[in-house]
Design a protein around this ligand. Structure first.
Ligand code: UD1
Length: 479
């Protein structure tokens, strides 16, 4: 059975469309080497970091583009048959995963690393396979961002249910409810969500809970829906605003991005555009804390301090001095830090993605810091590893009580998720002796060459690779 698009002008040529899963009918061979790449990541090359603590970090670091803004921007390319050019794309594993996902659907994705702008050109003219398979979604939950764009452009999507992950249950029920409000029919079976619609129509969506990728997914879907969509209780994160800016360049009609109510007038079709991704606020925040912890003097360039208001305010409460300009920040710290409590919240509150790094800082502050995690139910896995390095941390449900200041000593520790890994790198920078951090593939998902950046400002850090036998069974190419 073929999927018949309603508007041939807007949707890919029906002759090239196949039912999800029918890999044998694809127009051109789609390599499955990325699946073996993923296998290599989990079973082959298991890099570690070896960090000798104690050095002050002094100098300048250029901040990369935001991973969390780049991922939805790449998914937005699905909405048009013209090329979308994205600049300032970070060179991190999640971007490779998304590239592979888009390629598996029939997109052409050229990643231009090495050139000044980290430019990516994506052409989704010949999409053939509207599916995000379990193998991809389980390694990167943000793959579910293709759901809305696929239904809007192709009339059909098949996306694996993400299931649980290290930091909590993280369902995508709000994406699904929202798509239903826009007229999509949703079936859930065999672990997959199958969504279809002749053409989405505008609707009124009130999010039960603020969701970042949910807001982005539905904003993309509504851009090609018929009529007006009003979304309330939207996420206000800078990444949502950046996606809206790209969609507007592509011809979308969106008002209110960055506020809790957005109005989207759907259009018949979107066109290609060129867009520069915003700087990564979480990478910036991580280096800010690195400077603070090591009593260093760091200048961060190509960043946006306006996106870090809550963190800057909290660090000032701890006694840190920060000088910010429009696109750079200088952090100097030679004083004893004072403890301060933190509650994670949606933007503009204190970001959950900075909670782990802040916990490392709290171990070095004088007094008791209470850290309350309000966004994810299980995001304290780093606490145990920090405790193994000598931190005094007691976790009680969603609260962690950190008593400082404690000296940290080197140990062999293990990364459990992306931001937890960053907290361990930070702890190692101030620990006594040589810390070995295992499973750094977590950090490679979201930090561009963190070890090179840290080394360039005086850290003693090196990456070591350990080769383990590979499983032979993974096919390298499936036509
Ligand atoms: C995004 C970010 C992630 C960040 C998080 C919170 C990306 C690619 N990832 O993740 O780095 O930590 O925002 O700032 O941008 N929820 C539901 N149902 C849903 C969707 C979410 O219950 O359908 C819940 C989640 O389980 C969580 C909360 O809502 O408790 C917020 O999650 P959400 O904002 O959706 O996080 P992500 O968009 O996945």
């Amino acid at each position: 059975m073929k999927v018949v698009p309603k508007s041939p002008a807007r949707r890919p040529n029906p002759a090239k469309l196949v039912l999800p899963g029918a890999l044998g009918e694809l127009k051109k061979p789609v390599t499955r080497t990325w699946i073996s790449d993923l296998a290599a990541c989990s079973e082959g090359l298991m890099d570690k970091f070896v960090i000798r603590g104690g050095n002050r970090l002094v100098g300048s670091i250029r901040i990369s583009g935001s991973k969390n803004a780049a991922l939805p921007a790449m998914a937005a390319a699905i909405l048009t048959d013209e090329p979308v050019v994205l600049e300032n794309i970070p060179d991190v594993r999640d971007i490779q995963t998304e590239r592979n996902l888009l390629v598996s659907m029939g997109a052409e994705v050229e990643l231009g690393y090495g050139r000044a702008s980290h430019r990516t050109t994506i052409s989704c003219r010949d999409l053939v396979n509207p599916e995000a398979a379990y193998e991809v979604v389980k390694t990167m939950r943000a793959s579910t961002l293709v759901l809305g764009p696929l239904v809007a452009r192709m009339g059909r999507a098949r996306v694996s249910q993400p299931g649980g992950c290290a930091i909590g249950a993280r369902p995508i029920d709000l994406h699904i409810k929202g798509l239903e409000r826009l007229g999509a029919t949703i079936k859930q079976e065999h672990g997959y969500i199958e969504a279809s619609a002749d053409r989405l129509r505008g609707g009124h969506i009130i999010f039960d809970k603020i969701t970042v990728t949910g807001t982005e997914d539905l904003m993309m879907a509504a851009s090609l829906a018929e009529g007006e969509t009003v979304m309330e209780n939207c996420a206000r994160e800078p990444e949502v605003v950046d996606l809206a800016a790209l969609l507007i360049k592509m011809g979308a009609n969106i008002e209110g991005a960055g506020t809790s109510t957005m109005r989207i007038q759907g259009v018949e079709e979107l066109h290609g555009a060129r867009h520069r991704i915003i700087p990564d606020r979480i990478e910036t925040g991580t280096f800010v804390i690195a400077a603070v912890l090591t009593g260093g003097d760091l200048t961060l360039t190509n960043c946006d301090p306006n996106h870090l208001g809550a963190l800057i305010q909290k660090l000032e409460e701890c006694g840190v001095s920060i000088t910010a300009s429009a696109d750079s920040m200088r952090i100097t710290n030679g004083h004893q830090l004072t403890a301060a409590d933190v509650d994670t919240e949606e933007f503009p509150g204190f970001p959950t993605d900075m909670q782990a790094q802040y916990m490392t800082l709290a171990t070095q502050a004088q007094g008791t810091s209470i850290i309350t995690e309000n966004i994810f139910e299980n995001r304290f896995m780093h606490a145990q590893e920090l405790a193994r390095m000598g931190a005094n941390i007691k976790v009680e449900g969603r609260r962690a009580v950190v008593r400082g200041k404690t000296s940290l000593s080197s140990a062999a520790v293990q990364c459990s998720d992306l931001r937890a890994s960053a907290s361990l790198v930070l702890a190692a920078l101030v620990a006594d002796g040589e810390t070995i951090i295992d499973r750094v593939y977590h950090i490679d998902r979201g930090y561009e060459r963190i070890e090179e950046k840290l080394k360039s400002v005086g850290a003693q850090i090196r990456r070591i690779g350990e080769f383990l036998p590979r499983r032979a069974a993974v096919p390298s190419v499936v036509a």
